[in-house]
Design a protein around this ligand. Structure first.
Ligand code: URA
Length: 432
């Protein structure tokens, strides 16, 4: 029998716990034998004292053992690549990366989550497509990845159930932003879902969990370390989340931007990140090519239309209507106009994310329903010069009142100044 109070005390006092102790505690919690209040105290002890690499691996390993695993690679007879982002504002990268990678002949089967707080979730974005099904059985999922080369679904309840419980607890006990807890949470899901090689997009900045490049590096190193222990290749890209990614923030708006990007007409920062992620994924795949060739193939899949064809095939296979005209449209669209001249020095990512959330694009509690049509489009980005009267952004709203409020908030999120800001690439660093 696990003695939870004793393990909490030892971690509180900065002691190291063994693999067996951590495994027993976590699995007992997943079974309901350790109550939330003890696990919350344990997470707080970890928050202050940390876990070393071996302890983090033990936690991740127990999380994987708390549920089912999927042998995607064995079922397909192929090496399976996956990508994950630590979460940001306007982050629709997987939606564009999936079709491009699949169009290049590499199977892409991914389990994604929903958004909470100022960050949107991939599943919520996909559900703005009429008819799209995010819940497939394991057999349907495997069948679709085999036939179409691409499926993105919701994480099944049987996959890492301990993470689901623990994440919910951390969310309400101020213990989310600990490097070991985040790393174990993310990597347990990637490994349980069958990935052989993983590209991790670690967001850095105002709109991300990791506010500084140093913190992002630490998380990246920890996830690579976990991957190495589990015999998985991991490449981390540290990317800018000091302003929203691309232009669109909001579910259907982000699907439109994905389609535009697959057509070769996407915003520059988003297109660059998509190509960088695809290049790494293709280089990690069993195609036997290097990263520059991966990038060339990804760009060619956009250029020759095969990525867009794959997108349509995928959406249709999951029951959705792939036509852009079928996406929901907000009844009120208002422009946010610059009051003076200058350079866009910053756009608060959290501010824009929170405005989109208040418009109805996100949820403040787990069970809230969302409005797929609404959101914000940031038409001018950091470094752009504007004169008074130029349109900075667009607000897509359900009512005139919510649009007025959102326009004021978005204007407040834009910082204009006389000097151009120093340029900051979307990919800040790659750790491979
Ligand atoms: N994303 C996850 O999946 N888990 C965390 O702990 C944080 C971000």
């Amino acid at each position: 029998m696990v003695h939870a109070a004793e393990l909490i005390r030892r971690k509180r006092d900065g002691e190291r716990l063994t693999r067996d102790e951590l495994g027993e505690l976590l699995l007992a919690y997943a079974r309901g034998d350790v109550p939330d209040y003890q696990m919350a105290a344990f997470c707080m002890a970890v928050y202050f004292r940390g876990l070393n690499g071996a302890e983090t691996f033990a936690l991740m390993d127990a999380m994987i053992r708390s549920g089912e695993t999927i042998e995607l690679g064995r079922a397909l007879g192929r090496k399976v690549v996956d990508k994950h982002s630590t979460g940001g504002v306007g982050d629709k990268t997987s939606l564009a990366v999936g079709p491009i990678v699949a169009a290049c002949g590499v199977p892409f089967g991914k389990m994604s989550g929903r958004g909470l707080g100022h960050t949107g979730g991939t599943l919520d974005k996909l559900e703005s497509i009429p008819g799209f099904r995010v819940e497939l059985t394991n057999a349907e999922f495997l069948g679709q990845v085999r036939e179409v080369g691409l499926a993105i679904i919701g994480q099944t309840a049987d996959l890492v159930p301990a993470d689901k419980l623990l994440y919910g607890l951390r969310d309400v006990t101020a213990t989310v932003d600990n490097v070991s807890l985040i790393a174990a949470s993310i990597m347990s899901k990637k490994i349980a879902a069958g990935a052989d090689a993983i590209v991790l997009d670690v967001k850095v900045g105002d709109g991300a969990f990791m506010k500084t490049i140093e913190a992002a590096r630490e998380l990246a190193q920890m996830m690579r370390e976990l991957g190495r222990h589990a015999d998985r290749e991991v490449v981390c890209v540290l990317t800018d989340m000091d302003q929203p990614l691309g232009q669109a923030v909001g579910n259907a708006l982000e699907i439109r931007e994905t389609i535009a990007t697959l057509r070769g007409e996407g915003p520059a920062d988003f297109t660059e990140l998509v190509l960088a992620a695809c290049a790494h994924l293709l280089a990690l795949s069993d195609l036997g090519i290097d990263e520059p060739s991966g990038r060339e193939r990804a760009a060619a899949a956009i250029e020759d239309g095969s990525a867009l064809d794959k997108y349509e095939q995928w959406i249709t296979a999951q029951g959705g209507d792939a036509a852009e005209q079928s996406l929901p449209v907000a009844p009120v669209v208002r422009q946010v106009v610059a009051e003076g001249a200058g350079f866009v020095r910053a756009i608060g990512a959290v501010d824009v994310g929170m405005t989109a959330l208040r418009l109805g694009a996100g949820r403040q509690t787990k069970d809230q329903s969302i409005d797929h049509a609404v959101g914000v489009r940031c038409l001018r980005k950091r470094g752009d010069s504007v004169v008074a009267g130029d349109v900075l952004a667009e607000v897509h709203a359900r009512t005139g009142e919510s649009a007025d409020q959102a326009c004021a908030e978005v204007l407040g999120a834009y910082e204009l100044g006389a000097d151009a800001p120093s340029s900051r690439p979307i990919v800040l660093e790659t750790i491979a």
